[in-house]
Design a protein around this ligand. Structure first.
Ligand code: BTN
Length: 256
């Protein structure tokens, strides 16, 4: 995949812009980056803190050839790419299903995948936000979030983060688009996430709250959870870790 980057000083949301470009026929590989977003959004319509210079606000248009039921794997692919990119700057990242980039249970970034029907077929916009510094975060976000500067003591530029991210996205997108691509991305994600297997979690879905132990990913990227009443496959929902690592005496302690 070839990439072209369009940069904005300020925009409502790089995802909204990328969706517009996709609907108007833009090629895959078009990247939108903004120094600031005035209406940055996360999953479930949550606000994404997007102050000027505090983060990388990034979206890329894909026109995937994988089958539509495997599109959720694109979010996992982006997580794998973002983790590897962040590790180039010395940040050890955990992946929490389905879209969270965590450092010691605090969020350093997130992924928002959105689809659009276009004349050229379905397009997927992968939006990625990465916290570069935390100075202007509102207190309620500062409590649960972190940033590269806070973790490493170094202020990384949005441009360096962006170029590492593009390099890994291109690499893993080629893999997912190739032979056994979905299987390979599933494995890459499982290797990188402590949430993939054996994690005691609570999952809140639209109509239920379940607790259980994670048991890997389904073919399409769904999270398998073994509950007291058997296997449940989660395709949409919020996952919380219910136990501090190694603290077996603390059965229901929330850490995120
Ligand atoms: C989440 O964790 O809920 C996902 C956050 C995604 C934020 C990014 S920032 C760039 C892109 N534009 C947006 O409006 N959202 C995504």
């Amino acid at each position: 995949m070839e990439t072209i980057v369009l940069r904005f000083e300020r925009i409502d949301s790089t995802n909204s812009a990328a969706l517009d470009y996709a609907k108007r026929g833009a090629d895959e590989g078009l990247v939108i980056v903004a120094a600031e977003q005035t209406a940055g959004r996360g999953r479930h319509g949550r606000i994404w803190h997007s102050a000027a210079g505090d983060g990388l606000y990034f979206s890329i248009i894909l026109r995937p050839t994988i089958s539509i039921e495997n599109f959720p794997l694109l979010t996992l692919m982006a997580g794998v790419a973002a983790k590897d990119a962040l590790e180039e700057f010395g940040v050890a990242v955990d992946l929490k299903w389905v879209n969270d980039l965590l450092v010691k249970s605090r969020k350093i970034g997130g992924i928002l995948a959105e689809t659009a029907e276009t004349d050229r077929g379905p397009a997927v916009v992968i939006g990625i936000g990465i916290n570069l510094r935390s100075r202007a975060m509102p207190p309620e976000i500062a409590e649960i979030a972190t940033a590269i500067e806070a973790e490493t003591g170094t202020l990384v530029s949005a441009l360096s983060m962006e170029s590492a991210l593009i390099r890994y996205l291109v690499y893993f997108y080629d893999i997912i688009s190739g032979p056994d691509g979905c299987l390979k991305i599933r494995e890459e994600w499982q290797k990188r996430s402590t949430y993939a297997n054996g994690k005691f979690v609570r999952v809140t879905t639209e109509d239920a709250v379940i607790t259980g132990r994670t048991d890997g990913l389904e073919k399409d990227g769904g999270l398998r959870v073994i509950t007291d009443s058997g296997l449940v496959v989660i395709r949409a929902g919020d996952v919380e870790n219910l136990r501090f690592e190694g603290a077996s005496a603390a059965p229901e302690q929330r850490v995120d």
